[in-house]
Design a protein around this ligand. Sequence first.
Ligand code: SAH
Length: 373
Amino acid sequence: MTAVGERTELLGMPRERLEGWFAARGEKPFRARQVLKWIHARGVTDFSQMTDLSKALRERLATEAVLRLPEVVGDRISADGTRKWALRVDAHNVVETVFIPEARRGTLCVSSQVGCALDCTFCATARQGFNRNLTAAEIIGQVWLARRILEQAGMGTAALTNVVLMGMGEPLLNYRNVVDALKLMMDDDAYGFGKRRVTLSTAGVVPAMDRLREELDVSLAVSLHAPDDALRDRLVPLNRKYPIAELMAACRRFLDGKHRKHSITFEYVMLDGINDSVDHARRLARLLAGLPSKVNLIPFNPFRGTRYRRSSDAATARFAAVLQDKGITTITRRTRGDDIEAACGQLAGRIRDRARRARHFARVEEMFRAQSA
Ligand code: SAH
């Protein structure tokens, strides 16, 4: 719980925490439901306008609680309709959120950390280093703002149908805050997104995957990118800590866990001459055999200074064909918003990098210890 001076930030509090907060003040639990509706479903942040609360309670909220949203400091719209917001979360840090409209759905790609500690070699966010975790309020604040802005643009509250935690950061290294924000996304009195419409994407933080499996019923995407440890160690350095066999075992546990899943989505960035051969595809198919999975092939999105190139369309099609031939549903993700640097792996924002990249592993372990404590 974040206190602002004496006041408590309520924006990121899921129902049970809000109930506890009201209970501590001698208020009935249903106050939490009323306040959730006002804040998230109706978008009201001024306590005095919450008219089904007594005047005394409204005044008390105004003195003891606060609702603070990130500040929109950038707003760009791509030729394809993709929209990217830059959100200032404190004096030094700006994160990015992307809205991707499609024919039958609108997906919001949400950030979970300021920067990222994982150092995947093909990702622009990694270049920035890691600064800090976003609070639950800063994570749900992205959804709050997108809903309001799209509504004001005349698109209605229905424009936003799906949320993916595929923005900046590794969500499972900010476990508590991410889970609190996910609970709000899925709460019928807040945003009411169903479990198939909320996807958490991870590079494979195995212990946190096990924890998530027990705690929350969301869809899971795993950033795999390579069929063997030698290659994955190079692309996703976290693999040295949680190698492929352990990751696959965790995926199996996730599928058979408390909330049974139909499948897990595996993301695979297509890097020319690195991981895109027919042999890689065959080995990937073997790795996924017997595991209910979908594969999402992501054309590599270049950024300044990268040494990687995007695989050719022909190589990508060949790769997809091998997987499909083995009965694995394979979708090649269409690149969206690359003209405004809003595509996968291009999100950067502005951050003050306190943890230099050389120390990122110490940092990862430290974060993991902190969140599992
Ligand atoms: N840390 C989490 C969340 C980030 S999701 C994770 O790794 O899953 C962002 C997705 O875009 C990941 O699958 C990531 O591997 C992919 N990605 C990163 N850089 C990319 C790039 N330059 N081009 C295409 N995809 C990229």
